[in-house]
Design a protein around this ligand. Sequence first.
Ligand code: GLC
Ligand code: GLC
Length: 627
Amino acid sequence: MAKSPSTLEDDLFTLRLSRSARDLWPMLEGLYGTHPDYAAFKDRLLAALRKAARDRSPDLRRLDLQRDLEPDWFQRPDMAGYVFYIDRFAGTLKGVLDKLDYLENLGITYVHLMPCLKPRPGDSDGGYSVMDYRAINPDYGTMADFEAVTAALRARGMSVCIDLVLNHTAKEHAWAKKAAKGDETYQDYYLMYDSADLPEQYERTLVEVFPDNAPGNFTHYPDFGKWVWTTFNEHQWDLNWANPQVFLEIVEIMLYLANRGVDVVRLDAVAFMWKRMGTRCQSEPEVHMLLRALRACSRIAAPAMIHLEEAIVAPAEMLPYLGRGRHDGREGNLAYHNSLMVQFWSSLATRDTRLMTHVLASHFPEVLTNATYATYLRCHDDIGWAVTDEDAATMAMSGQAHRNFLSDFYEGTFPGTFARGALFQENPETGDKRISGTLASLAGLEKAVADGDAQGIDWAVQRILMGHALIAAFGGIPLIYMGDEVALLNDDGYRDVPEHAHDSRWIHRPRMDWAAVRERGDHSPAARVYQGLRHILARRKVTDALHAGYATRIIRHDVPGLFALARLAPTGAMVCLFNFTESWMNVPEGLVRGAGASLMYDALSDNTVQLHAGAVVLPPYGRVWLS
Ligand code: GLC
Ligand code: GLC
C-alpha cells in the first residue's frame, strides 16, 4: 500500500535525524551533559526540530529534497554572490524586487542581504546589534516582504543569505531587558558578574576588537549592579552558550528563519562564542562542537539551508570552521577566505607574490570535505593585516614592519602608493592598524582619477579585474560587494552621520550609485569594470573545472610577481596565472605544462594562447585560465 504523504515526511525526518545523530547528541552531551536540565533540554530540542520540519512550506520541502540529492549545489561554478545593505542598494525590500534583473544580468546567483533583522535604535553596528530575531528591520519592510523576496529569488534559482548574530544580542533584546530587571533566568542567558574580579582576570588574556570606541570587554551597569561581557560594543551583550537554553532559543530562531526561505545563514563572529579563563576566548574547542551541533539541526529540519561561518582569524585557526580536523566535513559549509583577501592586497602592494604563494601553499589543504570558501577581495568590514610573524620571517621580513607597511600603503601615506583608504581602530598598544576602503579606491582608481592619470586608471581597472578573475577561479563562491561592480569610490559622507562618524568602515559602505550604472559610457572605468566582471562570471559559469569540489593546488615557481594555481579537475588541470605587476611578464611554457595544461586554451578569454619564444606572455595585471 502506498504511504500517505504525512508518513513519508515523518520517515524523512527520522532518516535525517539518524543521519546527523553523531553530529548532534555527542556534541550536546559534551557541552551540556552535566547540566541539571539536560534530559528535558534534549526533549525540547527534538520537539523544536520536529516542529520546524513540519512547518516547512511545500516549496522548501522540495528544495530540501533537491539539495539532499545534489549536495554540491553550492560548490558549482554557476554560484556567484552579491552582498548589499537593503537600504543602500534598493531602499526597501520591495525595492529589491525591482533590482533582480540587474543582479541576474551581472551573473549573480546568491545574494547576501546585510543585517536585516530588527536592530536596536540608533547605532546598531551596521545592524549587528539585534533586538528581535523574528522581525525585519521596519525601515526595510515586514517579514511578509522578506518572504516575497526569498520566494522571488528562489523562483529565479537564486539563493538568499542573511546574518544570524550568535555571539551577542542588543541590550534592548527582550532577554536582555528582563536580565537588566533582575530576572535570573535571563541573566543566565548572558555573562554577568557581581564584581569586577572575574572580568579583570579574563581581561588579562583578552584582545580588544574595537579599542578606539569600545575599549575593554566588559561593561559595568551600576543601575542593576552587574558587569556584563561586551566583546564588541557596549550595546552588544555576549550570550552565555554554556546555558543549553541559549542553544535551544537560537536553534528555534535559526529554523524559523530557514522556514522564511533563507538558503545560507551567515553565523556572525562565531570565534567568540565560548569563554575560557586564561585564553583569548576565541576559537575554543567548544565553539566547534556548538557549530557542528547547530549544523546538524539545520540538516535535520531544514536541509536546504547551509552555514557560512564568519571567523576572521589566522589560517590554522580558520580551517576547523570548515570542518578540518576533529570535525572533518561536518561543521561549516562556507567560511571566508580571509588569507586570500589579505594576500591579494599584500602582493599588489609589494608586486611580490612569494609570501602569498608560501601562505596559501603551506597552510591550506588542496580540498575540503563538504565545504568551500567564500572568496572575496573586500567586505563590509575593515581589512586586518593577518600576516603572522612566522610567515613573514620565511621571507626574511619582520611581521610588524610588513603589517605597518600595508597599513601605510593602503591608507595612502606610503610614498608612491596607488591606494586611498582610511585607518580603522589603530591600537597603539599592539601597533595594530586596520584599513577601510572600497575595492576601487584601494586598487588605485580614486587617486588616478584625482591625478588625471590615464595610465593609473587603466592599471586600477586591471587590478580590479585581475582580483575578480582570481576569486572566481580559486575555488569557492566569489562574493562581490555592492558597488564594486561599477568601481564605486570611497564615501567620506559617513563622517557627517552621527552614528557612523566613529566607524571608518562606513567609508566603503556607500549608497548604490544608480546614475553611475545608467550613465556609464562605453569606456568609463565603471563600464570597463562592470563588463569585465560580467564576462568573468559568465566564463566561470561554463568552466566545469572551477567546481569547488576539485582540488586547488598552489604552484611554487620562481617568476617574480606571478601567482599561479592549478584546479585539478578529473578531466584535466586548469592552470590559472595572475600577473601582480604593471610590467609584461613571460611565464615559461614548461611551468604551465608541468602544472598540467597542455592545450593552451584560455577559458577566461575563450581563446587559444599563442606562445612567444617558449613563454605565455601576460600583460600588466594579466590573467589566464589555461587548460
Ligand atoms: C561581525 C560583523 C561586523 C560586526 C561584528 C560584531 O564580525 O562582520 O561588522 O561589527 O560581527 O557583530
Ligand atoms: C575582527 C573580528 C571580526 C569583526 C571585525 C570588525 O576582525 O574578528 O569578528 O567583525 O573585527 O571589523
